[in-house]
Write a protein that binds this ligand. Structure first.
Ligand code: FMN
Length: 125
C-alpha cells in the first residue's frame, strides 16, 4: 500500500508526448492489465477498449478531441468506448463468468442478478 501513495505523489496528466518515443510492449501490457483489474459499477466494465496505433485513423479522430496533439503524438491512443445499448445479456455474461471462475452455483448470484437488472434496465440508453 505504501507504494501507491509514493506513486500518486509524482503522477500527472501528460499533456505533451515525444512522437519519436514508443511505449514498450511490456509497459502497454501493464497498462492494459491495470484497466482489466480496475473497478467499475457492479464490476460490469460496460466498455470496449481500443488501442489505436494507426496514424491516419488518429488524424481523423483528432478534431473530435479538440485537436489536441496527444492524439497523434503519443505512440498509442487508448480509447474507452462505452456500450450505449445493452440488455440483460450484459449482466448474464458477467455472472456466467463469475460463477464459472469462482465455482459458484447459479442460484448463489440470482439475487444479485435480479438487483442489477432492475437497476440497469430502467436507465435511458
Ligand atoms: C472530465 C475531464 C476531462 C479532461 N479532459 C482533458 C483533455 O481533453 N485534455 C487534457 O490534456 N486533459 C484533460 N483532463 C485532465 C486534466 O486536465 C488534468 O487531470 C488536470 O490538469 C490535473 O493535472 P494532473 O493530473 O497533472 O494533476 C481532463 C480531466 C477531466 C476530469
Amino acid at each position: 500500500m505504501k507504494n501507491i501513495i509514493e506513486d500518486l505523489k509524482w503522477r500527472y496528466a501528460t499533456k505533451k508526448f515525444d512522437s519519436n518515443k514508443k511505449v514498450s510492449a511490456e509497459d502497454l501490457e501493464t497498462l492494459l492489465e491495470a484497466t482489466r483489474l480496475s473497478a467499475s459499477s457492479y464490476g460490469l466494465q460496460p466498455y470496449h477498449i481500443f488501442i489505436i496505433e494507426n496514424k491516419e485513423l488518429r488524424e481523423k479522430l483528432k478534431p473530435f478531441s479538440w485537436n489536441q496533439s496527444q492524439i497523434t503524438d503519443a505512440s498509442h491512443l487508448i480509447v474507452f468506448a462505452n456500450k450505449q445499448s445493452f440488455g440483460e445479456e450484459l449482466v448474464d455474461e458477467y455472472l456466467d463468468n463469475e460463477t464459472r471462475t469462482r465455482g459458484l452455483a447459479n442460484e448463489a448470484v440470482q439475487g444479485y442478478s435480479d438487483f442489477m437488472k432492475s437497476k440497469l434496465m430502467g436507465l435511458p440508453r
